[in-house]
Write a new protein. Structure first.
Length: 183
């Protein structure tokens, strides 16, 4: 059990809601320095037709709107899946203090698995990263979603999406230079 488990359970709840409207079930929260919830986001790419409507980006946008500032420097971004390059870049640009994520994403993860965007020493801001919080539950939710597509349970989804069912833990070929602290 980690200090981030309760927050990750909230993010999982948001992720399940995203899955109910046909989006990949990924959820994200932004929490302030005291651990209070500022904003949430679930994937909405299918819902809105917006390619940037990833859970993390939506949570960051909503948090900035609520706080009246793009600077979220005392905040933590909690996401059920390791952020992609777009979401990792958004977290850096928002100046979040830390990123906490659940499942590793060996195909698109940009804070531990494939790339390490957020801790590039050339950047002027580098958030702390903790990975693997409730990784099994987070990975299972995504694998079940893509598994249903592979079985043909969701007819409107293309079959190639099923290849993403490997999400979960770091795999051979993951970026060896990454030093994400394990939960």
């Amino acid at each position: 059990m980690t200090k981030w488990d309760a927050a990750m359970r909230q993010a999982l709840s948001v992720a399940r809601q995203a899955g109910q409207h046909g989006d990949v079930p990924i959820g994200a929260l932004v929490m302030d320095a005291d651990g209070a919830l500022v904003a949430v986001g679930g994937n909405e790419r299918e819902l809105t037709g917006d390619p940037t409507a990833h859970a993390e980006v939506l949570a960051l946008r909503r948090a900035a709107a609520i706080r009246g500032s793009w600077r979220l420097d005392d905040c933590t971004l909690v996401a059920t899946l390791e952020p992609c390059t777009m979401c990792a870049g958004a977290a850096v640009l928002a100046r979040v203090e830390r990123i906490v994520f659940g499942a590793y994403d060996p195909k698109a993860g940009a804070v531990a698995s494939l790339f390490d965007v957020v801790r590039d020493p050339r950047l002027n801001h580098r958030p702390e990263v903790t990975g693997g919080v409730l990784a099994d539950q987070c990975g299972r939710l995504i694998r079940e979603f893509f598994g249903s597509i592979a079985r043909g349970d969701v007819s409107e989804w293309p079959m190639e999406l099923a290849s993403k069912a490997s999400v979960g833990q770091p795999t051979e070929g993951s970026n060896p230079s990454v030093t994400a602290r394990r939960a």
